[in-house]
Ligand binder design. Structure first.
Ligand SMILES: [Zn+2]
Length: 294
């Protein structure tokens, strides 16, 4: 069976050509990254100065999706979506709090998955006169071009919503594509990175197979599904990334630097929710008043 381990061996045995990119670790926020030149000697993630240069060379045997969107696009997209949202606190609309967008490459795996095996159901409905039957379904599902994040800098769900890339834009890694951009060092093993994906694929496959059981009541009794990953490739995904700490909580805004897809995890403003509710209530009240009393 094809597995990630096989890929790992190939990846590390490939000839690794060295280049000018250096590897750094920030002791303040425990983030590691590669870059051409450490601008101002401070960490791009926490602005701390407690940075050490490490002896590791960038492996060039990976692929990269170059940025298509520029920083102005990222800021304009943020303003368009955050400024007019009444539920988002004013803090996130002040320039000094959103001006520190980071332009980074996020290390990912690009892979296909296949799920095969049998699922046994105990099923019944009114046509079976209350008698339960065993139903066994054979499954074989393919999932193509999944993107799997290899660092823990932000949540999987946030990244999943914007991390889709167009394969035709993926090219071989080249230092000249790096310019002023930092590459985040992966900090998740293949097993850690893929365990949640395995669970999701398993749940989705069981859900899809359930439609094939033509009885209204059904319970999964057991399954011997097996997941295998194929065509595993290392790829760098271009991301504009903003982390803002407000009332001790981290808030995130991400934009895909290739296709402009964005999403955020930003807390709601309690005041905004109250004011918005009052405005909606007043509008409904006025409509009701005009319709029934005038
Ligand atoms: Zn740092």
């Amino acid at each position: 069976m094809n597995s990630g381990n096989e890929f790992f061996l190939n990846s590390f045995e490939d000839n690794v050509s060295k280049n000018m990119v250096s590897f750094y670790h920030c002791k303040d926020c425990d983030t590691s990254f590669y870059c051409n030149d450490l601008n101002g000697n401070s960490c791009i993630f926490c602005n701390g100065n407690n940075i050490e240069k490490l002896e590791e060379e960038k492996d060039n045997s990976i692929s990269i999706t170059p940025f298509i969107k520029n920083m102005e696009d990222a800021v304009a997209c943020y303003k368009r979506n955050i400024f007019w949202n009444p539920f988002i606190p004013l803090y996130f609309k002040r320039k000094k709090n959103y001006q520190n967008f980071k332009k980074v490459y996020v290390p990912c795996y690009l892979l296909d998955a296949n799920v095969t095996g049998n699922i046994s159901y105990r099923a019944m409905d009114k046509h079976t006169n209350g008698e339960a039957y065993d139903v066994v379904l054979q499954t074989n599902f393919d999932y193509n071009q999944l993107v799997l994040k290899r660092c823990s800098l932000f949540s999987d769900s946030l990244f999943e919503s914007i991390g889709i890339i167009d394969l035709k834009n993926v090219v071989d890694y080249d230092t000249s594509l790096l310019c002023d951009t930092y590459i985040i060092k992966d900090n998740l093993s293949y097993l850690d990175a893929s365990s949640e994906l395995r669970n999701k694929i398993m749940d989705k496959s069981i859900n899809m197979s359930e439609d094939g059981v033509l009885h209204s009541q059904k319970v999964v009794r057991k399954n011997d599904l097996e997941i295998s990953f194929h065509n595993v490739k290392e790829v760098l995904v271009p991301i504009y990334y903003l982390k803002m700490t407000y009332h001790g909580k981290n808030n995130y805004y991400l934009m895909n630097g290739e296709n402009g897809k964005y999403n955020y995890e930003i807390m709601n403003s309690k005041l905004g929710v109250v004011l918005f509710s009052i405005v909606v209530f007043l509008l409904l009240f006025l409509i009701f008043y005009f319709v029934f009393f005038l």
